[in-house]
Structures are given as C-alpha cells and as structure tokens.
Ligand binder design. Structure first.
Ligand SMILES: C[S@@+](CC[C@H](N)C(=O)[O-])C[C@H]1O[C@@H](n2cnc3c(N)ncnc32)[C@H](O)[C@@H]1O
Length: 200
C-alpha cells in the first residue's frame, strides 16, 4: 500500500462552491490535483494507493480519504475530485470513518491522530531532504508519504512527524508543486518495481 497525506492548511471543512476552489474553498485545488496525481494512470487507477487530505481551514480539522481500490465516480479533473470532497463534507463527520461515496470517506481528526492511526514509517517530502536519486527509496511495499500545500508544513507539524519513525526526502533541487512531487515519487517506485520484476 502506498499512502499519501497532504495537509491543506486553509482547506475548508464545510461544503464549498466548485466554482472557486483556490479562493473560497481554501486552495482545495491543490488537494484535488494531489488526488489525481496519486490515483490516476492513463485509463486506469492505482488501486494500491490511498490519499488522505487533512483539511485544516475550519474550526475542527477533518480528514477525507480516497481509496484507489474502491473509488467510483472520480475522473481526472480537479472539479470531479472536488465534487467528491464536497459530498464528503456534506456528511455528518464523526470520530470514525464514514463513507460518503464509494471509496471516499471522512472523519473528524487531525494530522497527529492520522499518523497514530496509520502507525508506520513516514517519508516526509521536503525540499532540503535527501535526494531520492542519491539515497533511493527503500524497496518496501508499504509507504506513507507526507506533503505540504502551498504553505509547506508548520514547525508544529514537523514536530509531530519527528515523534515518529521518519525520513526526510527530496525529489530534486527545486521547490515543486505537491502534485508534481507525487508524480515523481510514483515514477521512481514504478521504475524500481519494473526493475525488480525483470530481475527476478
Ligand atoms: C509548493 S511546496 C511548499 C512551498 C514551500 N515549502 C513554502 O515554504 O511555502 C508544496 C510541498 O511540496 C513538497 N515539495 C516541493 N518541492 C519538493 C522537493 N524538491 N522535494 C521534496 N518535496 C518537495 C513539500 O512537501 C512541500 O511542502
């Protein structure tokens, strides 16, 4: 399983207009692009991937989960992902996962709760991390990646990561959009998988 957490510091936690994802919805556009980059192949989905969006732009933080194995009604455009997030926010979120549409679930919770729930080594994406071409990603089947939005991660969020088993990695020398980092990570893992399969 490859899991991605993206933190949306301004992303709203109540239903929003699909016509203003960057503004009124609190940079929901960034999160939608991350969903698409994490889940879509050409004419297929990456079924072994889950994406967690931590929405922090409301009174109470909420988490929306997309599960590549079960998701339906998602097409590769921002508006489609946004519409499923909006539907999730129309649900009465609880402290446990509630499915809003097939493969999309929501719960009340914050970043720290989520890391506790997933309980695995974190690979934190940061511009000054160790370049994955210098120290390649470990060959494991279970990854948990954490990325920031346009604001990166706060010091408090970094402290939460530091309390867990973690590594800090970079996908190159420039600061990129989070969704582009996800594509690069997938590409690296796809190549490793293909190499390992052909050398079996
Ligand atoms: C647009 S960047 C954040 C911008 C910047 N950190 C800031 O101070 O506002 C969004 C996220 O993509 C990831 N990221 C961007 N470039 C990266 C790189 N070269 N290597 C690893 N992660 C990167 C980080 O997780 C970052 O938080």
């Amino acid at each position: 399983m490859k899991e991605f957490i993206i933190i949306g510091h301004k992303a709203v936690t109540t239903p929003f207009s699909l016509n203003d994802l960057p503004g009124a919805a609190g940079r929901m556009d960034i999160l939608c692009r991350c969903v698409n980059s994490a889940l879509f192949l050409s004419h297929d989905l990456r079924r072994g991937v889950r994406v967690y969006l931590v929405l922090k732009g409301g009174a109470q933080s909420k988490i929306v989960r997309f599960d590549g194995a079960a998701v339906r009604y998602l097409s590769p455009d921002e508006r489609s992902a946004a519409s499923l997030i909006k539907k999730a926010l129309e649900k009465q979120a609880q402290g446990f996962w509630t499915e809003s549409t097939p493969g999309v679930s929501i719960k009340i919770g914050d970043f720290s709760d989520l890391l506790g729930e997933l309980n695995k080594k974190i690979t934190y994406l940061r511009e000054d991390g160790v370049d994955i071409r210098i120290k390649p990603l470990e060959v494991v089947s279970d990854f948990l990646f954490v990325l920031g939005d346009h604001m990166g991660l706060t010091d408090d969020e970094e402290k939460i990561i530091e309390a867990h088993d973690h590594e800090i990695v970079s996908v190159g020398p420039l600061s990129l959009h989070a969704d582009h980092c996800i594509v690069l990570l997938h590409n690296e893992m796809d190549r490793q998988d293909a190499f390992n399969t052909s050398n079996k």
